[in-house]
Design a protein around this ligand. Sequence first.
Ligand code: URA
Length: 271
Amino acid sequence: MAGEAQPDHDDDDEDDWGDLGGERDDLTDVPGGVRLQKVLAAAGVGSRRHCEELIGAGRVEVDGQTVRRFGARVDPEHQIIRVDGKRIPARQDVVYLAFNKPPKVLTAMSDDRGRKTIADFLGDHAERLFHVGRLDYDTEGLMLLTNDGELAHRLAHPSYEVAKTYLADVPGPVPKDLGRRLSTGVELEDGVAVADRFRVLEQAGSRALVEITLHEGRKHIVRRMLAEVGHPVSRLVRTTVGPVKLGGLRPGETRDLTTKEIGELYAAVGL
Ligand code: URA
């Protein structure tokens, strides 16, 4: 394998050259930069050795140019680095978190009425983080938090709206044609709202658990849509945002997004 013959590089200045195979790229080293394999490993792509193999295999791009040279020094703060076309989180100062918002918590960093806010769960991170969109005070589930302003902005922007999935407790029974009605479009006071997907997960007597996916970001959109079709929501939980799933994250807890999830979020908003 291309990387196997290579020494484990440290951070000194001597230049190690990898398996060039006659394909020396013309990327100029960034003065004072960090070795590419070190940046990849720090971003969670894999071990230094694995990252060298990826570089040797021509799977790593810096600012759109394939780099096969192990010793290349890059600027992780400003250059865009991709593995297999997916951007990696190269900046060391950037945080990407999934948070399971409990009910009765305000999507804000402070509240002049003294209600609990998401900042109460974020410890030292709170001041630096943007919440990506909002969940209602009573809504639970997945929120993304980051200090990557551009990603947060694009994820929340209507032109990039990523799909979000919710579980809702509603009164049953749910008629067979409800999914069709929701995906055809429901007339709301501020315009039509359309579901991408809808299914009934459970029906027991007078209650039902339904799952709805949409790209919409309008306020109270799921509650308003389901109320409009005669099934007002008594509990609402967001379970996915684009490629990120709530999974087993407990209420009030956060976890770091994986490198793969971050790459997929970047891709979803054209970054
Ligand atoms: N739709 C709602 O009605 N509430 C939320 O919090 C999110 C989507």
